[in-house]
Design a protein around this ligand. Structure first.
Ligand SMILES: C[S@@+](CC[C@H](N)C(=O)[O-])C[C@H]1O[C@@H](n2cnc3c(N)ncnc32)[C@H](O)[C@@H]1O
Length: 295
């Protein structure tokens, strides 16, 4: 009797097409519906990227455009003033190490940690991403409210990183768990930053799962908005926090510091708050077999 995932059409197709996870089809199907990779899309960030099937999709879509750009630059450059090659078009981050993918600069780190957010943002200094995607999911604890809370912290971290790196008009796609109050609260909040926000469940996302994706297009922050890295990323308090505080920002900091620690603790992989970087030209490790990373 074959295992369930072996009967799954997307598992088989992922294997045939060399994707590391069946999740690749979720991003591809969201693209079919919302045209995520139109001609203007050249630079992307993949948050919570391991084992890397979304990064593979991004690589297959963006690397050919990137190579064209390099060729054009090379033609224009004179022998005396050869242009430095542009950096890889995709930056991918995860708690777990990822095997290299062409055109992808991988970082290992916790996206809710200040050091990782700063590292990602600094990589984009001087240029802006066209697309940020986040398929992040914490390891489930089985306690629904904690799981929902951890998921919302990943979303908050992803939105904050996006406000630092996205160009106006850019897009953001992130996993949510539908039916929770996250959707009712989150969609209006995202509409403050994006002109178009949809909640979508691609066919490849299992029907029994509450998983869905927010597809936010046309990034347009409020006039005068200055992105900040807020207290979500605050360092742990050195003194024992008191039960009440008169400063709401401090209250957020206290709560989210605990969450950051919890998010790291729920992952079985070694987690480093200092992001480590790896260039895509590293010795290729054997890509993992197709895995069923989530729903
Ligand atoms: C569903 S998997 C992503 C699958 C990926 N999109 C793909 O197609 O291969 C969720 C990932 O979120 C990562 N993750 C969870 N919490 C994280 C955090 N705080 N920072 C970075 N990555 C995180 C996990 O390590 C896991 O690899």
């Amino acid at each position: 009797m074959p295992r369930i995932e072996e009967r799954d059409i997307y598992y088989r197709r992922a294997k045939e097409l060399g994707f590391r996870a069946r999740s690749a089809f979720k991003l591809l199907q969201l693209h079919e519906k919302y045209q995520l990779f139109d001609d203007s899309v050249r630079l992307a960030v993949d948050l919570c990227a391991a084992p890397g099937s979304w990064s593979q999709v991004l690589s297959r879509k963006l690397v050919p455009k990137h190579q064209l750009l390099i060729q054009q630059q090379q033609k224009q450059a004179t022998a005396s003033a050869a242009a430095a090659p542009p950096p890889p078009p995709i930056v991918s981050i995860d708690l777990q190490e990822m095997a290299p993918i062409e055109g992808v600069h991988t970082l290992q780190g916790d996206i809710t940690a200040l050091s990782t957010a700063e590292r990602v943002i600094s990589l984009w200094r001087g240029q802006r991403a066209d697309l940020v995607v986040c398929d992040g999911a914490p390891d489930v604890t089985g306690l629904h409210q904690i799981d929902e809370y951890l998921q919302s912290q990943l979303m908050l971290a992803a939105v904050m990183i996006s406000t630092h790196v996205l160009r106006p008009g850019g897009a953001f796609v992130a996993k949510i768990f539908k039916g929770s109050c996250t959707e009712q609260l989150l969609v209006p909040q995202l509409q403050v930053f994006f002109r178009s926000v949809h909640v979508s469940k691609p066919d490849s996302s299992r029907a029994r799962s509450a998983e869905a994706f927010v597809v936010c297009q046309n990034y347009e922050p409020p006039v005068g908005y200055t992105p900040i890295l807020m207290a979500l990323f605050a360092a742990p308090p050195t003194t024992t926090p008191t039960a009440t505080t008169s400063n709401p920002a401090t209250a957020i900091a206290t709560t989210t510091t605990t969450t950051t620690t919890a998010a790291a603790a729920t992952n079985t992989t070694a987690n480093t708050n200092t992001a480590t970087t790896k260039q895509s030209n590293a010795t290729p490790a054997a890509p993992p077999a197709v895995v069923d990373v989530n729903e």
